[in-house]
Design a protein around this ligand. Structure first.
Ligand code: ZN
Length: 528
């Protein structure tokens, strides 16, 4: 397994304010990056904004500002949100930055000199909001954009084209890797929808608007937004510049695993054109492209026009960043679509965070204070069958958590941890410490129960640390674990808390009034 990672979110298109769908993808990548770093691996995490294109130009015009002023404003909202969500990205790339523009121009020139790009005329069905040309078959008899469902128009322009057939055999070789595109149905979709019917050459320049990266060879053209946007993954690492240490370390080196995390709506660009661009540039291909599902609202896809967008900000303010991060990654199974409902949001906080975690911690701390003067008894293995079974469950949970997270199956990994904590809660009921405490002959048994509970809480907190960034340190405080002891290397060390003093902390996740909070969130979403 590789020990160096480069993980990226798509760069977001700042034509509107960030919503919970953007937050979802960024949180996924953040949890992966934090998890790898927690295990002392090297992980470079990139996000950013895609700031060119017709839509931005038009929006700026409408607001009476320059496109640059327009994107400066919205991008600052994105960066503020990532800060509020405790996103640990190493860099934030903006496609209007000089370091990026140079790379796009350089890439175009290289492809042109390779004879991979030629000047032609494009006639096709154009979707203005998506800035995409579509073929007759793709728009169908209704002439509807296959991505957004809006009507398309016939349009012609002089354009440069990228020869997509040239690198197809190499692309197909890349497709043979069984984990390159996940989930597998996305790969099949690409093969059946785009590749098998005959891949058409891709238009890589535009003359119909000017807010983009000018092509040096022919400055009335700007680079097609996707050629421009995709290059961010290279430009952020200093590709082609004097300072390309990061590029060498995280991209060029085979020791690094390159992972793109994307939404299903941009799979085609990341799994067909992007690898072909890289082949043309003679640059190695990404190791994995993970396609996550989309955050939906009850009445369909989240969209500003439907007024069903929920902003993460007020949720963070009211319920805390951990609740929002946890909800996002717990509610949507990777690769499937998820749905935001206020009821589920409140229930997740109450059932998973307040009960399963918060209650377990506070009950355990109280009992250790009551029965053992606040000192965690030394861990003793195999006191009885029940303890033995619990010890096995802890080990298997850690192993499956690691395997699942390595594969970016974050939701499933978290479910395993929550099941372990659920088991610990049940263990309290089964072993009934309040009964054991009354019988002096059962003291050893009672000690073992407390030591097991403390250790399981330690393990659970450690495994949830990449998600619950604010509250897990408080849990370690309650257990009296020092900074060094919190290190991941102690995860299998059952004696890590022996004789430590517990401390009652604040309520980790206050229980919410379901009716009241559901109403409040509905209000945020525009009433109803
Ligand atoms: Zn469209």
């Amino acid at each position: 397994m590789k020990k160096r990672f480069y993980i990226t979110t798509p760069i977001y298109y700042p034509s509107g304010n960030p919503h919970i769908g953007h937050a979802y993808c960024t949180t996924l990548c953040d949890i992966f990056a934090r998890y790898k770093r927690m295990r002392h691996f090297d992980c470079y995490f990139l996000t950013g904004t895609d700031e060119h294109g017709l839509k931005i130009e038009k929006n700026a015009q409408k607001e009476g500002v320059t496109p640059q002023e327009y994107v400066d404003n919205i991008t600052s909202i994105f960066t503020k949100l990532w800060k509020a969500m405790k996103i640990s990205n190493n860099d934030f790339i903006r496609t209007t930055e000089e370091r990026h523009i140079k790379v796009v121009q350089e890439a175009f020139t290289k492809m042109y000199q390779n004879d991979d790009i030629y000047l032609g005329k494009y006639e096709g069905w154009y979707c203005t909001p998506c800035e995409s040309f579509w073929t007759e078959t793709q728009v169908g008899p209704e002439h509807i954009c296959p991505d957004c469902g809006r009507p398309v128009e016939k349009a012609t322009e002089e354009s440069y084209f990228f020869k997509t057939q040239k690198y197809l055999p190499e692309l197909m070789k890349w497709y043979e890797g069984d984990k390159v595109i996940y989930p597998l149905n996305r790969k099949n979709e690409m093969l059946n929808t785009f590749i098998k019917p005959g891949l058409e050459d891709l238009c890589v320049s535009r003359t119909s608007f000017s807010w983009g990266v000018p092509i040096r060879e022919n400055p009335k053209h700007v680079a097609y937004v996707w050629l421009d946007a995709l290059c961010n993954y290279l430009s952020a690492l200093g590709y082609g510049s004097e300072h390309d240490e990061l590029y060498k370390k995280y991209w060029e080196s085979e020791e690094s695993e390159i992972i793109h995390v994307i939404g299903a709506d941009i799979t085609r660009f990341h799994t067909i054109y992007w690898p072909e661009f890289l082949l043309s540039l003679g640059v190695r291909l990404p190791d994995r492209v993970f396609v996550h599902g989309l955050m939906m609202m009850k009445d369909g896809k989240m969209s500003k026009s439907k007024g069903n967008v929920v902003s993460p900000y007020p949720l963070i303010e009211k319920y805390g960043v951990d609740a929002v991060r946890y909800y996002l990654v717990r509610e949507i199974i990777f690769g499937q679509d998820g749905q935001f409902t206020p009821e589920q949001f409140v229930e997740r906080i109450n059932v998973d965070l307040a009960n399963n975690i918060g209650n377990l911690v506070s009950r355990t701390v109280s009992m250790i204070q009551k029965y053992f003067d606040g000192k965690i008894p030394s861990f003793v293995e195999n006191v009885n069958e029940q303890d033995k079974e619990l010890e096995i469950l802890v080990k298997s949970t850690i192993e499956s958590y690691e395997n699942k997270l390595d594969d970016l199956h974050i939701t499933e990994a978290i479910v395993d941890v929550m099941n372990l904590l659920g088991r610990a809660n049940k263990y309290i009921e089964e072993s009934a410490p309040w009964v054991l405490a009354k019988d002096p002959s059962k003291t050893e048994n009672l000690k073992s129960v407390m030591a097991h509970l403390a250790y399981i809480i330690f393990v659970g907190a450690k495994l949830l640390e990449p998600v619950l960034v604010e509250k897990t340190p408080l849990i370690f405080d309650s257990l009296g674990a020092s900074e060094n002891e919190r290190d991941y290397s102690n995860i299998f060390n059952e004696h890590v808390l022996d004789n430590h003093e517990v401390k009652k902390g604040e309520v980790l996740f206050p229980r919410l009034d379901v009716a009241k909070e559901t109403e409040y969130i509905k209000g945020l979403m525009g009433g109803k």
